[in-house]
Each structure stands twice: as C-alpha cells, then as structure tokens.
Design a protein around this ligand. Sequence first.
Ligand code: APR
Length: 241
Amino acid sequence: MLRVSPTDRVFILTGAGISAESGIPTFRGAGGLWRTYRVEEVGTPEAFRRDPALVWEFYSMRRRAASAAKPNPGHRALAQLEADLQDRLFLCTQNVDNLHEQGGSARVVHMHGELFKSRCDTCPLPPFDDARTFDPPAEIPRCACGGRIRPHICWFGEVPFHLDEIFRALGDCTVFLAIGTSGVVEPAASFVAHVRGPDRSGRGRARTIYVGPEEPANSSAFTECHLGNAGEVLPNLFRLE
Ligand code: APR
C-alpha cells in the first residue's frame, strides 16, 4: 500500500514494463527489442544518417505493434491517480507509445519522444502527428525544406526532452514512484538519487518506491520495492488520505 497524504506531491517515472502486459516488447528483458535489433543500427542519429530505410523499418514495426496494443489496468490506475491528485501528480514516461493517453492520463511528459510523431532532421519544423509506416524500400519522406523526415524519438547520444520541467518536478516531489524500468539508462536512472538528495535538514527528501517483477539496477536507492506486474500491483497500490 502506498499512502498519499493531502500534501504529498507524487512524481511517477514509467518505463517499458508498464506496457509489457499490453503486448509491447520491453528492451532488455526476454524477447526485448535490443535482443533482436542493435541500437547502433536503428537507435542513433548516425544510424539514421547511414541507413534511414532500416531505421524507418524498425520504427514502422514499432508503430504497428503499438497501434495494436491497448492500455492495461496499470495505465488506468495512473489515470485515476491523476484525476484524484490533479496538479500534485507529475507523470514522466520513457515510453514512446501512447498507452498512458489511451488509458486516460491527460498530462504525460514523454522524455524520449513519441512514436506516432515525426519531425524534420534538418529544419525546426515542430514535431507533427504521423502514424505512417514504411516498408523497404519505400522512399524516405522529405520535408519541404529538403530535409529527411525522422521519427520524433530521442536516440542514444541525443538530449531527452522536457528536462527543465522534469527536474523542477523532481525538486518538488515528496513521493517518487518508478514503474517498470530497469534503471540502466541515464538520465532517468538517476532521478531517484536526485530526489533522495538531502534537503536543508539533511534528511532524504522523498519516499522512493519501485514497482516491477524484478529489482532494477538502481534498487538500492528505493526505500520500497513492490515486486509484481504493474497491471496487478498499481490498481490496489494507492491509499489517498
Ligand atoms: N510490470 C512492470 N514492470 C515490468 C513488467 C510488468 N508487467 N514486465 C517487465 N517489467 C520490467 C522489467 O523487469 C524491466 O526492469 O520492465 C523493465 C523494462 O526494462 P527495459 O527493457 O530496460 O526498459 P526501460 O527501462 O524502459 O528502458 C529505458 O532505454 O532503450 C532505451 O529509450 C529506451 O526508454 C527506453 C530506455
């Protein structure tokens, strides 16, 4: 049970694990995407420069898988928590699928981008909704400026999105809850250490809780670990006071 007081401000970080029960593969577990694809070939700006067709093939496959997926009770439990806590909840996800939104969450901060958006790799054209999938050897879509259209994803070696807003929310929170993330990719893996940093009194500032079927790499930074699947644990986890 996770007690939430009327003054608690809750920061939630989700990873691929919260979408696992919806049928979307994770990255590092059994059947994970990085077990069948090499990051260097599909998940970096250099990969896109070298072979944009292979990168679009990878993201088209992910768009097809994600568009067939439905939100699970874990997504819906977080949407209910948003309705209960309003602006005392900050939901940050590393996921690029839209299952939080489909599950009813209205304010979702996608720090690694969004699968169903694209943008130009050259000009400042804002990201735009784009569910197109491309099968090889389809033409790489072009922007009016002549640049190539790329998935609106934060690739390895690029800076995640919304970090100012995220670190402000980390500084404010009294409860930090991480769900379904292996704790190996920065900067998200260090968010928990950031909120554990001593406040002016020298005490650790926030309660830190993890939910997932196995302990994450950064488990020592969590005060509580609820071992189990998100879809089963989250619906009964929160007790609002
Ligand atoms: N419920 C909760 N957690 C689960 C479930 C489940 N049903 N099934 C698996 N998990 C957990 C696994 O135990 C693992 O700890 O989800 C985690 C998934 O870890 P990763 O595959 O490493 O995914 P994630 O931590 O989100 O990866 C972070 O790495 O490749 C990049 O940009 C990509 O956003 C991604 C980032």
